[in-house]
Design a protein around this ligand. Structure first.
Ligand code: ATP
Ligand code: MG
Length: 369
């Protein structure tokens, strides 16, 4: 479904249709956002697009790391572009603005063999430089009836400066009909973050929430790999695992692994499936969940435990005051630290929620300290 939406974008760029929007995937941890972004990138590259992909990282407030990655990936992306008319055009024209922008993003040294085009993307004003760069690249990509995709994972972690500049250039691109698209993925708090940065952000993207896989997709994710290895999984055995995974990609992956280990024969039995779920849950408890749990201090764990009363949430922060018998300001700083650690996020003002599905029930399985 998400892939269809992206195919449509590529087809419309080919037809030079104007005024398209970028795509933003939002969802909790482990639902398959990164996998989808990679699929999008592959499709775009196959259609001759310039694809520049990078991941933002938490704690990069000044955005130095993000700028370096962007500059580097721009250079590599341009080099990897398939040899098309767009490629020769870009080599003649656009590479100048890529190398100039790289310099203003803080990356030097890789640019020695690239042609220098003075006056393009070299003002050191990020907004202006980005816009010129995107304009130059788009005019080249048009020659191949292709586009320019900037693929950004963990987009909620972008610093405000770069985020605002990127939204502004996506806005301009939409107005001028440039085939430039930001394809982003992030936590469910991302749309709110974007609207805070630029009030028009909402209109720049098609938002897609990624959550549980549908029954048939979840079933395929388990049965197809097993069938390829010559096994059979069906009936109650399949249902047992599907129910435990609740449609979450990461859990399907974990149970799929243990299913293969517990299979006693070619045809997987309900008994095998139950054991696989037990072992898979233990793996998740010892890996996926515990990694987050151990990052929290004692006081933060108490906070998380108070949240877990609401299962997977969300939890109103006002309710935590009573549950924890703490004052507002100490809870606010715990909340901020837990958000920095990537364990919780704020789906809406005054609410907190775990970033991973099933964290609430994991916590209730842990003994009180
Ligand atoms: N459609 C799918 N069917 C089965 N497994 C999938 C599917 N999509 C993703 N997975 C698996 O689920 C796991 C999580 O996927 P992915 O890393 O893309 O999630 P994510 O949403 O990017 O998570 P995070 O927010 O932690 O980065 C991976 O191991 C991946 O291989
Ligand atoms: Mg991811």
């Amino acid at each position: 479904m998400e892939i269809d939406a992206f195919d449509l974008l590529v087809a419309r760029a080919k037809a030079n249709a104007a005024g398209d929007r970028g795509i933003l995937l939002t969802g909790l941890r482990g639902v398959g956002k990164t996998v989808l972004l990679n699929v999008f990138s592959d499709i775009a590259r196959r259609h001759g697009w310039l694809v520049v992909q990078f991941e933002a990282q938490p704690g990069d407030e000044e955005g130095r790391a993000a700028r370096k990655k962007l500059a580097r990936e721009l250079q590599l992306g341009a080099r990897r572009l398939r040899p098309t008319p767009a490629w020769s055009h870009l080599r003649e024209q656009g590479l100048g603005s890529i190398s100039n922008l790289s310099v203003s993003l803080g990356l030097q040294g890789l640019t020695a063999d690239l042609k220098f085009a003075p006056g393009r993307a070299d003002s050191s004003d990020l907004d202006i430089d980005l816009e010129e760069l995107v304009e130059d690249i788009c005019s080249s990509m048009r020659k191949a009836r292709a586009g320019f995709a900037l693929v950004i994972d963990e987009m909620q972690d972008l610093d405000e400066g770069l985020l605002g500049a990127l939204l502004a250039v996506q806005h301009t691109a939409g107005q001028r009909g440039w085939p430039f698209f930001i394809i982003g993925a992030g936590l469910p708090s991302l749309p709110g973050r974007l609207s805070e940065s630029r009030s028009y952000a909402e209109r720049l993207f098609h938002y897609r929430q990624i959550g549980r896989l549908e029954h048939s997709a979840a079933s395929d994710a388990l049965t197809l790999p097993i069938a390829r290895l010559g096994g059979i999984l069906g009936g109650d055995a399949l249902d047992t695992v599907l129910k435990a995974a609740g449609g979450y990609a990461y859990f399907l992956q974990a149970y799929g692994r243990t299913l293969w280990e517990t299979a006693s024969d070619r045809e997987i039995t309900v008994g095998d499936a139950r054991l696989a779920v037990e072992l898979g849950t233990a793996d998740l408890d010892q890996g996926f969940f515990v990694a987050r749990w151990q990052r929290a201090t004692r006081a933060e764990r108490a906070y998380l435990r108070a949240m877990s009363q609401d299962g997977d949430g969300p939890t109103a922060t006002a309710n935590l005051i009573g549950r924890l018998k703490k004052d507002h300001s100490s809870l606010t700083s715990q909340r901020a630290r837990l958000i920095d650690k990537g364990i919780i996020f704020a789906p809406e003002h005054g609410q907190v929620q775990f970033t991973v599905p099933g964290m609430g029930s994991f916590i209730s399985r842990q003994k009180d300290e």
